[in-house]
Design a protein around this ligand. Structure first.
Ligand SMILES: Cc1cc2nc3c(=O)[nH]c(=O)nc-3n(C[C@H](O)[C@H](O)[C@H](O)COP(=O)(O)O)c2cc1C
Ligand SMILES: [Mn+2]
Length: 478
């Protein structure tokens, strides 16, 4: 089934599938909604559409991504590896050898060409246009999620910027603290593409923010793509249908035409504000730091616009499944540069940056150490603190197995690597901000050349006896 085309199709699909509950009671977006959402997420419950958020005429949608099943519905697949496999087809494109190959290659090229965003003249996102004093972010049901949060925060935005040198679009998900009727903070962290665009821009830079998108496009804003890849093109590829975009009313940027709400405006060099505290996905409040002020020049929306939000906090929270989607979708891309990798797991409890478990097909000495350094050198995975490497036959998603090998196969004097590298801006434990230690644990079986004694055989029953017992099982009366 094709992924939904906009937020309303997505809500309709969730409803048909019994995956959405409408809450008619008045609920306060200040803290109360969070407690309801948090209990629902932790119970594996449905998406919630608060129809009467206190103080706003706009419905509030939360927990649209909170389970694996909903994530699969969003992508129109039965498991998330299928999304990665579509990407793998393109990544592994070889020069075609026969006619069948050629046709297949053409189809793949066409699927890339069809992914480019499609400019349209009119968009539903501009049914209502507010400018100047008419703009009031206070009219939206923006959540204040946790008690020590500094203000309401827009938590599920797709922030659109353009690289001033290449002209290339970027879309990133960066939270926005509401500062007033027409101002927010723009929390793009040090390692992010939107921030790099701003740094390169010099003076003023236009920004557009789309809220309330089809789920694949919303996900794509959170995807850690290389800077030169347009997230809207990626969304078009993953959906199998181009994203329609329309020119902004006050900015020279294109925005997804079907968005529920669009914020247009600019950021300016030297115009900073204190951002935070904010209860973040690390499970802690991030401290106050300076970030740019985003000044709105227009707020456009659909009639009866629906406002989307997400609650992050101590894991597991709703963003766990956005992260798991990234883990699955990017596996083929990671394999393309580190081919010995079989699979990997980023534990939700590790808030995605704290730990990676990687299984590899090992054929030479020190290969596990090579893979650790590869992880520490790959895009945003470079922020990973701890890397545990296991052999191909170990399931990295089975933490009991991983714990077994991390104990049994490890001599800490030989198998532990301590290194240093960039750290996530939000990591409160590093000695200095942005830089931190790295821990690698080589839990693979040691091979000749790795300074080990003869490696013993692992205990396993023979296939013959297993088959015998299978055959006689009924006789044992167990
Ligand atoms: C719900 C959610 C909130 C996020 N908030 C932020 C944020 O406030 N600042 C930030 O730099 N990254 C945040 N991220 C992570 C970025 O969206 C992610 O790193 C993405 O790759 C950024 O896009 P870019 O690679 O184009 O910079 C968030 C991710 C999710 C799923
Ligand atoms: Mn990007």
């Amino acid at each position: 089934m094709a992924p939904p085309g906009d937020l309303r199709e997505w809500i309709a699909l969730l409803e048909r599938e019994g995956e959405l509950v409408r809450i008619a009671a008045e609920v306060d977006p200040h803290l109360e909604a969070t407690e309801i959402v948090d209990r629902t997420v932790k119970a594996g419950g449905p998406a919630l559409l608060f129809e009467k958020p206190k103080g706003s005429a706009h419905p509030l949608l939360v927990n649209q991504f909170g389970t694996e099943r909903r994530m699969c519905l969003a992508f129109g697949v039965s498991n998330l590896d299928q999304v990665g496999a579509r990407l793998a087809d393109v990544l592994e494109m070889q020069p075609p050898s026969g006619l069948v190959d050629k046709l297949r290659g053409l189809k793949q090229l066409k699927s890339i060409a069809d992914s480019l965003p499609n400019s349209v003249r009119k968009g539903a996102c501009q049914e209502i246009v507010l400018q100047g004093d008419d703009i009031d972010l206070g009219a939206l049901p923006v959540q204040t999620c946790w008690p020590l949060d500094a203000a309401p925060f827009i938590t599920l935005p797709a922030v659109i910027t353009r690289d001033p040198v290449t002209g290339q679009r970027n879309v990133g998900m960066y939270r926005m603290q509401v500062l007033g009727r027409r101002e927010t903070a723009m929390h793009w962290q040090l390692h992010k593409d939107g921030r790099a665009d701003f740094a390169a821009a010099g003076g003023r830079m236009e920004v557009a923010v789309a809220l309330g998108l089809d789920p694949v496009t919303a996900y794509s804003a959170s995807a850690p793509l290389p800077k030169h890849i347009d997230e809207l093109m990626f969304a078009g590829f993953l959906r199998g249908a181009a994203v329609d975009v329309v020119k902004g009313v006050t900015v020279d940027l294109e925005v997804p035409a079907s968005a529920e709400i669009v914020l247009e405006g600019y950021v300016e060099q030297g115009d900073l504000t204190d951002e935070g505290p904010f209860g973040d996905h690390t499970g802690y409040y991030t401290p106050v730091e300076p970030f740019p002020v985003f000044h709105l020049t227009a707020l456009t929306m659909r009639r009866d616009a629906i406002y989307p939000s997400i609650v992050v906090g101590k894991p597991p929270a709703e963003d766990a499944w956005l992260g798991k989607a990234t883990e699955r979708i990017f596996l083929p891309a990671i394999r393309a540069s580190v081919p010995e990798i079989v699979d990997y797991d980023l534990p939700v409890e590790g808030a995605f940056h704290n730990c990676a478990i990687v299984s590899i097909r090992k054929t030479y000495p020190a290969q596990a150490k090579k893979v650790m350094h590869a992880i520490w050198g790959l895009g945003l995975l470079s922020l990973t603190k701890t890397v545990i490497v296991v052999d191909a036959h170990v399931d990295p998603h089975d933490y009991a197995q991983v714990a077994f090998y991390a104990g049994a196969n490890v001599d800490p004097s030989r198998d532990v690597v301590l290194a240093e590298g960039p750290a996530d801006q939000l990591d409160h434990a590093t000695v200095r901000q942005f830089v931190g230690g790295k821990l690698g644990i080589d839990a693979t079986a040691k091979v000749p050349g790795e300074d080990a004694r003869e490696w013993p055989a692992e205990i396993e029953m023979s296939a013959e006896i297993r088959a015998l017992v299978d055959g006689r099982w009924a006789e044992y009366g167990l």
